[in-house]
Write a protein that binds this ligand. Structure first.
Ligand code: NAD
Ligand code: GLY
Length: 369
């Protein structure tokens, strides 16, 4: 059962994308409230896609909330983990949809973290060339980042999130109560994506996170509510200007070039995505310093905050050659040249290439071994 943590009406942040606009609702107790789903398109059937961890906690409540809107609500429980974010698991969603005779109006509900959300979104984008879907994120990471903005994907053994589509949900419902059952490591992983928004866009938010990091780690409801809302506002601003990442949106990948190399270099699931991003931000901050965007005090401040969030700040010893090889597979790479998101001044980010020698220096400084 979701744990109610606040009784205030939900906060609302809008993603403005013309006819693909949609609201993000943020609050406690939203999951089991039918009113949260009033904007869901009319259809005969719905499929809730979740996993073996989240479904036992929250699927019953969501099903009950959807009962008055759909004649049938089916549930699919996927295996849990980044390692299952692949073609084989995606096919289980298609099997369920076809097995239930789902039509073009069937609405998919992604109930879970970013793995479930990314896979369900991609299934929605491609089943019958596109069916509506709703994100019901239950991790901090998914509430502040992955459920918002329409990036959907699965992993390929040769690269993370390499197969996917831009496909916007119709609605995002962030029930803050679900964060109370998250394992501590997962909460920290989500904090990495919250922290990210400070250096790239909003140093006042960065100051606020520094002041409130202990409250966030302790899951103070009011602190979490503000962190989710402000993160969604910043993401909405960026996505509203550059939905398909032709430019600006790439700043949301601060720390991700190094982070994705850590994730795929160690094998998906070894480090959590947020952990790899946290450590990747430390590396990207050092690179930013070497390129003249920030000073050593800024790097130390960011590193300290990432550490206080419970995240690793020393990269695994994959070897510089392997890091460079993995980073060349990143989606931002152009003609084999790695592109990094760097801080060009605190609160502002840019995408740039960097000489391999400089990147090697950063890796030598930031990795174990
Ligand atoms: P996740 O989906 O693996 O969830 C983390 C773990 O927490 C899982 O074991 C899950 O079952 C469990 N869980 C989820 N909600 C829970 C709850 N309320 N209580 C208890 N356990 C719960 O991981 P994540 O960090 O949410 O997402 C990471 C994924 O998101 C990565 O695959 C990453 O690539 C992707 N991502 C996508 C975007 C995007 O824009 N689409 C952005 C960032 C990350
Ligand atoms: N998480 C990065 C993006 O949505 O663009």
């Amino acid at each position: 059962m979701p744990l109610p943590v606040l009784s205030a009406p939900p906060e609302r942040v809008d993603i403005q994308l013309g006819e693909r606009s949609y609201p993000i609702l943020i609050g406690a107790g939203l999951l089991d409230d039918p009113a949260s789903f009033a904007a869901t398109p009319a259809a005969a059937s719905a499929l809730i896609v979740s996993n073996t961890t989240v479904a036992p906690l929250y699927a019953k409540a969501l099903r009950a909330a959807l009962a008055s809107r759909f004649r049938t609500v089916h549930l699919l429980e996927l295996p849990d983990g980044e390692v299952y974010k692949n073609l084989e698991t995606l096919n289980l969603i298609f099997d369920a949809l076809l097995g239930h005779g789902s039509d073009r109006k069937t609405v998919l509900f992604a109930l879970g973290g970013g793995v479930v959300g990314d896979m369900t979104g991609f299934a929605a984008a491609s089943y019958m060339r596109g069916v509506p879907f709703v994100q019901v994120p239950t991790t901090l990471l998914a509430q502040v980042d992955s459920s918002v903005g329409g990036k959907t994907a699965i992993n390929h053994p040769l690269g993370k999130n390499m197969i996917g589509a831009f496909y916007q949900p119709q609605l995002v419902v962030c029930d803050l109560g679900t964060l109370q059952t998250l394992p501590p490591r997962e909460l920290s992983a989500g904090l990495a994506e919250v922290i990210k928004y400070g250096p790239i866009h909003d140093m006042a938010f960065f100051d606020w996170i520094e002041t409130n990091i202990d409250a966030l780690v302790a899951r103070d409801p009011a602190a979490l509510a503000y962190a989710v809302k402000r993160s969604c506002e910043i993401k909405a601003l960026v996505v509203g200007q550059d939905e398909r990442e032709t430019g600006l949106r790439a700043i949301l990948n601060f720390g991700h070039t190094f982070g994705h190399a850590i994730e795929s270099g160690l094998g998906y699931g070894e480090w959590l995505h947020g952990e790899a991003v946290g450590c990747g931000m430390v590396m990207a901050a050092h690179l930013s310093q070497r390129l003249g965007g920030v000073d050593a005090a800024f790097v130390a401040r960011l590193t300290r905050l990432i550490e206080r969030a419970g995240l690793p700040i020393v990269g695994p010893a994959l070897g510089a050659d392997r890091y460079l090889e993995l980073m060349r597979v990143d989606k931002k790479s152009e003609a084999g040249e790695i592109r990094f998101v760097v801080i060009d001044k605190p609160g502002s980010a840019a995408v740039t290439s960097a000489p391999d020698a400089l990147v090697r220096e950063v890796l030598a400084q930031c990795c174990a071994g």
